[in-house]
Ligand binder design. Structure first.
Ligand code: NAI
Length: 207
């Protein structure tokens, strides 16, 4: 993905969207692509379909000195990432972040700060919206939602800085465990984690 230009990524996402939207959901008739390829129209119902991205919030939670990372059973062994989840219809980004953090690890977000965004093509087009969040001091007990996550834990700045330098996936170690590593540079999760580590060395998250 890193080597593709933004235009190539947009073109690929658009082609996949056209492929998946061949028929009108009201009339059941075939839809027609316009010349520019920017939309599809149903000649029968006259409905116009525009390409869409699903908004996803991805949040790096910190308690001031540690950050919270989690893994799903589908992740490569040893890899932990920031908390991610699709926005529900009708929600603001802030509401989605607070809900996802509460649902996945049982923590209440205190402060929230937007960082950056990224188009993510897997499995369909998502707009990843990256945020940093803090919890109130002393309110750090994690309750992992095992329906969504395999594990979640607080990690120190040193542990995370070491993990950032690793390039997984890794093979099993002699003691049966897998080294802790984080998503690669192309993922916004990596950028959020790196940003957090860099902030730890100078100051904490702005109030
Ligand atoms: N670029 C990055 O750094 C990262 C990207 N991601 C992406 O973020 C997205 C969300 O992450 P997870 O929640 O862990 O994914 P997930 O794939 O585990 O999805 C969770 C659930 O959301 C529901 N869902 C699927 N598509 C949806 C949609 N369009 N709208 C609403 N609900 C939908 C499904 O019921 C699914 O079981 C995934 O596409 C994942 O690839 C996740 C972590 C890091």
């Amino acid at each position: 993905m890193m080597k593709l230009t933004r235009h190539k990524r947009s073109a690929q996402a658009l082609l996949r969207w056209h492929d998946a939207h061949q028929f009108c959901s009201r009339s059941g008739q075939p839809t027609k692509k316009n010349m520019a390829g920017s939309k599809r129209v149903c000649p029968s119902s006259k409905i116009i379909y525009y390409p869409q991205m699903a908004p996803v919030v991805i949040t790096l939670v910190s308690d001031g000195t540690r950050c919270l990372l989690a893994r799903q059973s589908s992740f490569p062994r040893g890899m932990y990432s920031a908390l991610a989840g699709f926005c529900d219809i009708g929600e603001s980004l802030e509401e989605a972040v607070r809900r996802e953090v509460a649902e996945e690890v049982g923590l209440e977000v205190d402060k929230l700060q937007y960082s950056a965004s990224q188009h993510w093509p897997f499995p369909n087009s998502s707009l990843m919206i990256g945020c940093h969040a803090t919890v109130k001091p002393g309110q750090t007990e994690i309750h992992v939602n095992l329906r969504e996550l395999e594990a979640a834990a607080w990690f120190s700045c040193e542990e995370v800085a070491t993990a950032l330098r690793r390039k997984g996936p890794y093979s099993q170690q002699e003691n049966g465990t897998f080294p802790f590593w984080v998503p690669p540079k192309l993922a916004i999760a990596h950028q959020l984690i790196k940003e957090w580590v860099e902030k730890q060395t100078c100051s904490s998250l702005p109030v």
